[in-house]
Design a protein around this ligand. Structure first.
Ligand SMILES: [Cu+2]
Length: 162
């Protein structure tokens, strides 16, 4: 019993929060209408410049991919990630770095990371989320700052060769 309680209390984000949001609590994004309205509509995903040159990346994790599948960001600039999930709990890890992010339905996870050098990072899902979990991976393309500045908004959401 005690072990059960201890286990559950460490799984707060996986058990309590999704139940809480399902019951109408909280004011996070609704996983069902995520793609249709609010902060996480398709046109608002990817890297976007905010006031004072800040950079925010918005992303949705869902069974079994990331939207957008690839994001382009500049090197050496603090990047604020805002991530949510459309279904299960997912865990993004940026291979080759210490950075990781949990995507939880109904909740926006926010963290700011800086990638010092240009390079490509794979973003595999590290939380078992279903049958296609093994194939769930995104990409992060870190490009030099001046190259990023010359990209059009649409080019920041794709890893097509430039
Ligand atoms: Cu997964």
């Amino acid at each position: 019993m005690l072990i059960g309680v201890a286990l559950l209390s460490t799984r707060y984000y996986m058990v309590d929060l999704p139940v809480w949001h399902f019951l109408g609590g909280g004011n996070g994004p609704d996983p069902v209408t995520l793609h249709l309205r609010g902060e996480f509509v398709e046109s608002n995903l990817g890297a976007a410049e905010g006031p004072a040159g800040s950079l925010t990346v918005r992303m949705i994790a869902q069974q079994f991919d990331f939207v957008p599948q690839c994001i382009v960001v500049p090197a050496g600039v603090p990047i604020t990630f805002r991530i949510t999930s459309a279904d299960a709990v997912h865990m993004l890890s940026f291979l080759g770095t210490d950075y990781g992010l949990k995507a939880v339905p109904g909740v926006v996870t926010e963290a700011t990371f800086t990638f010092a050098k240009a390079g490509e990072f794979k973003i595999p899902c590290h939380e078992f989320c279903g049958a296609g979990h093994y194939a769930m991976r995104g990409h992060l393309d870190v490009v030099p700052r001046d190259q990023f500045a010359s990209l059009l908004p649409g080019e920041r959401r794709t890893c097509e060769p430039r």
